[in-house]
Design a protein around this ligand. Sequence first.
Ligand SMILES: Nc1ncnc2c1ncn2[C@@H]1O[C@H](COP(=O)(O)OP(=O)(O)OP(=O)(O)O)[C@@H](O)[C@H]1O
Ligand SMILES: [Mg+2]
Length: 508
Amino acid sequence: MILIDASGLTATRPNRPLFAGVSLTISDGDRVGVVGLNGCGKSTLLRMLGRELAPEAGEVRWGRGARIGFLTQQPQLPEGTVRDAVGAGWEGEAMLDRLGMAALIDARTDELSGGQAKRVALARLLVGEYEALILDEPTNHLDLDAIKFLEEWLAAYRGGLVLVTHDRHVLDRVTTKVLEIDRGTAYVHMPATRHAGSGYAAYLAGRAEREERAEVAEQVRKNLAVRELAWLRRGAPARTAKPKARIATATALVNGRPQAAARQGDLALSMGSQRLGSKGIEVSDVRFAWPDGSPVLARVSVAFEPGDRVGIVGPNGAGKSTLLNLVAGRLTPSAGEIERGATVKIGYFDQLSSGLDPAQRVREAVAGDKGEPSLADVILMKRFWFDGDAQFAPISTLSGGERRRLQLLLTLVEQPNVLLLDEPTNDLDVDTLRALETALDNFPGCAVVISHDRWFLDRIATHVLAFEGDSQVRWFEGNFSEYEAWRHKELGSSADQPHRIKYKPLAR
Ligand SMILES: Nc1ncnc2c1ncn2[C@@H]1O[C@H](COP(=O)(O)OP(=O)(O)OP(=O)(O)O)[C@@H](O)[C@H]1O
Ligand SMILES: [Mg+2]
């Protein structure tokens, strides 16, 4: 059964087109991933498919009686408690549990953090009865167990699914088709047969092929242009005899250009940093409990040293952000000590972009107290892909990923030598992620990164700090895959034994 049938969809933004002529049909069992650079219009397209936005041109039709569930990138919940939001039955409670929200079932929805609200909104959709689901970045703020659960759930879903995600694992595991938006044009990629790999694999192959074709076409054009130019130049008298049409073709060939790159230059994240001495940050025997007495961390000792790339992993609510906040000096430990080396300069990237003022324009945020951006600020904005009109965009209109990119700029511009990044990969597109990975590789200081992105963790982390329940943390000398393999073996043979947790020795 056809659930959603869209044809010729078009969207524009002030001064520029977003996309034009996008057509897509979604039937039972189709699981479509939508990919493209931050700001290319993915959320805009989803809102059209989800009845939230009328297309400027084109049409969307929905199957008769088809119920469509829509998770927006920053969802709003109805007033009341979390329990009200997911429904009173056991299914809602079980789903909240799978998504790490069981403890907050009686919380009021207007008191939840953005990440918590997103998880509740997702739980609400997954227990509802929908013929089709439209999900915008559903894995943001989910921990690994929840992502794996969602991945399974979606792979088994029988209805129609449209999904925006930057999680390469999820794309590969879940999608049967991929819709790619590239410079305003949409391309649909799907495997030759239902069993010949994922939509994601088809997309990667299709994109590579398209790029190759463009290169070949450009080479052909250049060769022809050289020949036609030689012909045009063959003496003035001959020219009078030259047919006008051929002259026009030749001129077009010579003046032709390859399609412009989607973005100007590489994303230049490396900012330099002030030299970090031999001492980083030492956390000794730190405990932390909230004022109401609920403990978060019990006896945590860990040292972050120059050159370390530490990936922090663990379930939602385990205290990862709390630890980062303690290290950053934004919270005070209930007991224990945190020592920071004399040269330490911390750059802190918070999970929810809460430092950004939606009423400001990009250039005002970058200029800070100066009010007007300096020349250096303008260059800086360009390096972060905020050029031309983008510098004047109010932060409230930025897409999810554009906001994160601005937040990265504001974090790195201070030239920190200890980077504390709380889920920096949420919302970022693959190109930006790659640039971030490279910048972290070359970063001379120390980086501590909370992430649930397996690909990213494997790429950057030299050490893993794992929250494994009971307010305990484990330091693991090795990368994330090694940690997972080790944990698998350990849990297979014996249950987790808290007393065997090893702390990282303070002196190495
Ligand atoms: N109300 C608005 N006024 C002006 N521009 C807007 C408005 N809303 C969105 N935009 C711009 O439209 C573009 C597309 O936004 P959209 O949210 O659809 O992107 P996206 O592909 O979902 O990006 P991301 O991957 O970052 O989520 C962005 O550049 C955004 O800044
Ligand atoms: Mg979006």
